[in-house]
Design a protein around this ligand. Sequence first.
Ligand code: QAP
Ligand code: CO
Length: 170
Amino acid sequence: MARLTILHYPDSRLRKPALPVEIVDDGVRALVADMLETMYAAPGIGLAATQVNVRKRIVVMDVSEEKNRPLAFINPTVLEREGESETEEGCLSVPGFYETVRRAERVRVSALDRDGEPFELDASGLLAVCIQHEIDHLDGKLFVDYLSALKRDRIRKKLEKQSRLESHAP
Ligand code: QAP
Ligand code: CO
């Protein structure tokens, strides 16, 4: 297992759509394990392959209290959405910033699991919000895209300044 480097907004690689996984093989399973390790270490509740610079449609999540319910979604798609809810969201690619986003309150999702087996899941609450946020990543979309241009630009400028400072660090 290994910890992967997480890209930060406004890195243009976060904008590239990810491609479907053709075969769920040991390479995919190793990537899922590394993504879970990276997410838990952060710590975070969700991570998409796009965020670790891999253009494959893979998401990992754990929204449990005890952080003992790892979930993997390969080629996830939203089949149905219902209702609306507003949640304060953050993102490992937008560190230090949290803003309210409106999404569907409930979603039915289909995906492949780590064995390549198809499954469907009815999600609500934080699980529903998180899977929508993570599937957005696979399509090159970030939660800041739902904010006003003013808020987004403020966040962008602060993170640009931070990465300039980091690039000069000893
Ligand atoms: C997506 O985000 C999410 O800014 C997952 O400094 C978040 O795990 C969906 C994190 C909230 C729905 C609601 C963010 C960690 C983690 C930060 C995360 C930070 C450290 C974000
Ligand atoms: Co995110």
